[in-house]
Design a protein around this ligand. Structure first.
Ligand code: NAP
Length: 248
């Protein structure tokens, strides 16, 4: 069953990893997909072609989510190209890990700008369109680290915890207009990024997860399908942990 037939979605950071998985699964569920990337021009073109083959409308946009003006421009272009915007997935994110002692001010600010301010930028930009439509689903990508904290990731954890506070506030502000805002907190998801890690270390992580495996981009994408679709019409302000039971 196609759960997103006829809906238009924007996914930030769609060129790789989880965002790419979301774009593909959304397209398979019949959604038209606009996605952004920061620098992976070639990967974005490839994805655009791959998505278009399934018969839906797809387009990649180079747009820095951390930049307020660029977010405004992006939404303007997507609205022109696609018309309505039903789903916004704020997925773009980066890490710049270090113990506090060695963390530079620049690395703190950059992670907050890309991971947290981007969500302010994009929500602000999409707000008017969704208010006019009197419907919309906003899905923000946090992390188990935002719920629990993590040594060596104070900047990242702060950005991901900030996302939760922001999203709950949006659920309260925008609920009366039928705009829902929810958060997904992924656990350890195996992407190109984690392929570079030492296999022994990664196996240790898998062994500690109740479901005994790392997650896939599709695991996260399927949760996004639920939150983006009308199946979750009465769900807002929630944090959904998709982590194989890691935080249990
Ligand atoms: P990834 O493989 O590194 O991909 C990141 C994506 O974000 C890329 O498409 C990248 O575009 C884009 N991006 C980076 N900076 C951007 C910017 N300033 N503006 C627009 N796009 C930007 O990361 P991932 O593992 O898929 O993670 C996706 C999200 O899930 C992130 O928010 C991350 O914090 C969260 N998460 C991941 C895990 C995990 O285990 N992987 C766990 C919990 C939460 P380019 O290709 O152009 O650089």
């Amino acid at each position: 069953m196609k759960l997103l037939e006829g809906k238009n979605a924007i996914v930030t950071g769609g060129s790789r990893g989880i965002g790419r998985g979301i774009a593909k699964v959304f397209a398979a569920h019949g959604a038209n997909v606009a996605f952004t990337y920061n620098s992976s021009e070639e990967a974005a073109k490839e994805l655009e072609n791959e998505l278009s083959e399934s018969g839906i409308k797809a387009k990649g946009y180079k747009s820095n989510a951390a930049d307020f003006e660029q977010a405004q421009e992006l939404i303007k272009h997507v609205a022109e190209d696609f018309g309505a915007i039903d789903i916004l997935v704020n997925n773009a994110g980066i890490t710049k890990d270090n113990l506090l002692m060695r963390m530079s001010e620049e690395d703190f600010d950059r992670v907050i700008e890309v991971n947290l301010k981007s969500i302010f930028n994009m929500t602000k930009a999409v707000q008017r369109t969704m208010l006019k439509q009197r419907k919309g689903s906003i899905i923000n990508m946090s992390s188990v680290v935002g719920v629990k904290g993590n040594a060596g990731q104070a900047n990242y954890a702060a950005s991901k915890a900030g996302i939760i506070g922001f999203s709950k506030s949006m659920a309260l502000e925008l609920g009366s207009r039928n705009i829902r805002t929810n958060v997904i907190a992924p656990g350890f998801i195996e992407t190109e990024m984690t392929e570079k890690l030492d296999e022994k270390v990664v196996q240790g992580w898998r062994d500690n997860i109740p479901l005994k495996r790392g997650g896939t981009p599709e695991d996260i994408a399927n949760a996004c399908v639920f939150l983006g679709s009308d199946l979750s019409a009465y769900v807002t302000g929630q944090v959904l942990n998709v982590d194989g039971g890691m935080l249990t």
